[in-house]
Design a protein around this ligand. Structure first.
Ligand code: NCD
Length: 308
């Protein structure tokens, strides 16, 4: 089995079969990661550059670890300390790196569409590690993997995505993936943080009431407010946001069933999630991080099979 694409630019262009193939391959790599020797030779002689033009902790370490577990050669780039500060363009930077015989590029960039632009101009395989407000495909894949691991299935599962839907690339990739795989999605947050035509455009439900949304769902994926991507005042204060949309232990305890709480990180404790929720057994946040390595191994492995 092969992926239908040479690059992973987003979930939007993946088929259901691509998603299933990535998730089942990730299950095998998760098993590898439980062994005393966690390293396999699959990507020996493949060289990968991790190009991070925007801050990252989890995604960056997760990709680097996935690459090393697959025996790839890895180089890391971050804008501070690079020639970007001397005025070099993205394309020039990448072409210079590729001339050193690099096979794959993992790119995080604040501009939506940056990986798509690169894919049109360079021969290497590109993996989008988050582009502006557009997509973060490996995050949605690891979220789906975690849901499947917990509930056995994606089809028919009720997922609430809560928070800054408008500026979050995690919400877009999750919506594409979950709706393709037959899950039911409701987005919840202040009206100013939810795009107006999201129901018609993406086939999701909208509910501005947090309690009602939590009562409905099996899984709550709670998102950070992307203050760095907002250039106007969209809600009164973080304190009031927490009162209306913060997920608290009291709220969870008032529900009829025990739901699963997810978050892509970084969490602003006391804003979108209360501390005791984050640390409770309902939260699978650290399992998401753990699963991220296996999912990224699967993506790198399947894409390298296509380019070699
Ligand atoms: C997310 C991102 O960068 O889009 N983080 C991540 O990759 N785990 C979410 C966020 O920054 O809020």
């Amino acid at each position: 089995m092969q992926l239908s694409t040479r690059h992973l630019l987003g979930i939007k262009n993946l088929t259901k079969e691509d998603i299933s193939l990535i998730l089942s391959t990730a299950e095998q790599f998760k098993e590898v990661l439980q062994r005393p020797v966690k390293k396999v030779p699959s990507l020996r002689d493949v060289t990968i550059v991790n190009l991070f033009y925007e801050s990252s902790t989890r995604t960056r370490f997760s990709f680097e670890l996935a690459e090393k577990r697959l025996s790839a050669d890895v180089i890391n780039f971050s804008t501070s300390g690079s020639s970007v500060s001397k005025g070099e363009t993205l394309l020039d930077t990448v072409n210079n790196i590729l001339s050193m015989k690099v096979n794959m590029v993992v790119l995080r960039h604040s501009a939506s569409g940056a990986p798509h632009f690169l894919a049109n101009h360079i021969p290497a395989a590109i993996i989008n590690a988050g582009d502006g407000i557009n997509e973060h495909p490996t995050q949605a894949l690891l979220d789906a993997f975690t849901i499947k691991e917990k509930l056995g299935n994606l089809n028919g599962v009720k997922v609430a995505i809560i928070g800054d839907i408008m500026h979050s690339r995690v919400s877009m990739s999750n919506i594409y993936l979950l709706t393709k795989m037959g899950a039911k999605v409701t987005v919840c947050g202040p009206p100013t943080l939810i795009p107006k035509y999201i129901r018609e455009a993406f086939g999701v439900e909208v509910n501005y009431n947090l309690k009602e949304t939590l009562d409905w769902c099996d899984v709550a994926n709670v998102l950070r407010i992307q203050l760095e991507r907002q250039d106007q005042v969209l809600f009164s204060s973080l304190r009031e946001y927490n009162l209306a949309y913060g997920v608290s232990k009291n709220l969870l305890d008032s529900l009829k069933k025990e739901i699963i709480v997810m978050h892509p990180g970084p969490v602003n404790r006391g804003v979108e999630l209360d501390s005791d929720v984050m640390d409770s057994k309902q939260s699978v946040i650290l399992q998401q991080v753990e699963n991220g390595v296996a999912v990224r191994m699967a993506v790198l492995y399947l894409l390298s099979n296509r380019t070699n």
